[in-house]
Design a protein around this ligand. Structure first.
Ligand SMILES: [Zn+2]
Length: 249
């Protein structure tokens, strides 16, 4: 598991970015796969969730995860929400203690947000589509509306995701990125086009009002390191999901 330097220092908070080792699923989901929709054995995924909950010290039934659809929909969690809720959205937020939030990824960027002053957290799924819809900026605004969070107080961490080293895109996608005003996140090597999703997210977090010192980019590339991470692209689409998790204690 990977911990953020920024969040590890925070009081009353649990968080982690999981890696692929340490669970009970077999190939191609070996071994700590947390997603049910990818074709893995449900009992193995259940066991992986229980294992993770023990390691991080939360009640598995209280965990809220999402049916992620590359949208900009943000859900404010209520006390009765838990493991079976699975709202269709790409960001979750809560100010409730003991209610862990999970974002699952296998190349997209998991973003965790924490407001130490108002005591609220969020977990965001931000791939290319989410980045072009500015889901991180919209989540910062939603935390302001829901909890009174001042963006200047927020801490944000970008977890492992596919990097500009590996995220090759076609001309139509490049045009879409340009049209969204994110052309500086494109790079070109040997006649190929590459996208840096995290560059877009970092810019959007700063634009939303987070000080640069409150933003951390873990930086590991999921596609470069399939020994450590599940990668949808590097593994031909059939693989597991790792997660970002955040909880107020
Ligand atoms: Zn890479």
């Amino acid at each position: 598991m990977i911990l953020s330097k920024l969040l590890a220092e925070a009081e009353g908070l649990s968080h982690a970015f999981t890696e692929r080792q340490g669970g009970g699923s077999t190939l191609p989901y070996a071994s700590l796969n947390l997603a049910y929709h990818v074709g893995d054995d449900a009992a193995a995924v259940d066991a992986n969730h229980v294992l993770l909950a023990e390691r991080l010290g939360y009640t598995p039934e209280r965990l809220v995860h999402m049916r992620q659809v590359h949208s900009d929909r943000i859900v404010r969690c209520t006390p009765e929400m838990g493991f079976e809720s699975r709202p269709e959205c790409d960001a979750l937020m809560t100010d409730l203690e003991g209610q862990p939030l999970m974002v699952m990824i296998a190349d997209c960027t998991p973003v965790l947000l924490f407001d130490p002053r108002r005591r609220a957290v969020a977990a965001v799924h931000a791939g290319r589509a989410g980045a072009l819809k500015n889901i991180v900026g919209k989540t910062v605004a939603a935390m302001h509306d829901a909890y009174g969070s001042d963006p200047a107080d927020l801490l944000a961490v970008l977890g492992p995701s596919i990097g500009r080293c590996c995220y090759e895109i076609g001309p139509e996608v490049a045009a879409e990125v340009e049209a969204a005003g994110c052309g500086t996140a494109l790079s070109f090597r040997d006649g190929r086009r590459y996208l840096d999703v995290n560059a877009i997210l970092l810019q959007q977090l700063e634009t939303a009002g987070l000080p640069a010192g409150h933003i951390e980019n873990i930086g590991s590339c999921t596609a470069c390191r399939t020994d450590r991470f599940f990668s949808y692209r590097a593994e031909g689409g059939t693989t597991g999901r790792q997660a970002g998790i955040i909880m107020l204690k």
